[in-house]
Design a protein around this ligand. Sequence first.
Ligand code: GLV
Ligand code: MN
Ligand code: MN
Length: 415
Amino acid sequence: MTALRVNGPRLWDSLMDLATLGATPKGGVCRLALTDLDRQARDRVGAWLREAGCKVEVDGVGNMFAIRPGRDAKAPPVLTGSHIDTQPSGGKFDGNYGVLAGLEVIRTLNDAGVATGKPVGVAIWTNEEGSRFVPVMGGSGAFAGVFPVAEILAQRDVAGTAFGDALAAIGYQGELPVGGRPLDAYFEAHIEQGPILEREARAIGLVTGVLGLRWYDCAWTGQDAHAGPTPMPARRDALRGAARLVEAVHALALRSAPDGRGTVGFVQVAPNSRNVVPGHVRMSVDLRHPDDAALAAMDAELRSAAAAIASELGLECEVREVASFASCRFDAGCVEQVRAAAKAFGYSHLEIVSGAGHDAVYVARVAPTAMVFIPCKDGISHNELESARPEHVEAGANVLLHAVLARAGVSADRR
Ligand code: GLV
Ligand code: MN
Ligand code: MN
């Protein structure tokens, strides 16, 4: 059964090729969603998928679907994929690996002349990262019916550009309706983005689920004032409130150890001038936990910390939740198919819960889903230094190939 194997060097070359689009000096990639670089990457990967014999279609939020027909043309496809947008200081592997591993699955089936019973597809989901436009995993969430399409198209980036306008500008607002498409199953390959597989010396992570997440925009309001004449006790410094909340978020996540996470990664200070006491700060908060009740408790702690700080410093603080998803458990049958594939190859493996959100979280709401993780160097991701070993890249794609085949069905005869 493991006779069929992906071409590891070809997959690696595709990863390195795609990483030239938005390449950063430190070896990473900056390719924000719906920028011209995103268009170039979509064009390139779309062309590769078409050359591999797939029909490529685009839906109304820019999600791309490349389908290789099966013997039963009407059967829902077994889908794989991920995203090709990156963080501003992103790496070569986050998301890109899952899409190109899917491409490699298709190329491998073609090379071996394998006909599958069900169609096999590769999805490229729009704006997984949520860095330019909230919410995170917006394309897959719209596909799964979690977000109304109009809501996604209306989101604005910090410069005020609407998602819908950016999508139209790069020519990727497609005709296909968003969602409502039956899928047989969805498998997503991804780097772990954390340290566990490397620490435990395992090649493959059998991902059983994903931490729940809540995202907030917090708006602090004080009063702009001159940095010289304004005595310290008279100030209403919005940045002090924000600074205290950064510490409070860290502390509340620590109180939910070992699984709680709390991060402030985005801060905008206004007027952002050296000699003005800042009157306004906008900041993000990202809270995560595998247990939904614990995450709700973290939410309550965040709100009460913000209110207490605001009252002590004479500020106002509006805490607005802007995105969330509950913790997710993947389909037991699909996880077993990933396990069986890892075992068949003799790859060392481990069950793991994902700390990062993935498109699979939303696709899991409409189709049986599981993920395949591979280790990344020093567990580092969302960082230009993100790296993975070629043998792991190949192993994860082999597991993906055989998990897909287990669902899609292979006929012994060739095409
Ligand atoms: C997605 O990249 C996340 O924030 O987990
Ligand atoms: Mn990702
Ligand atoms: Mn990411």
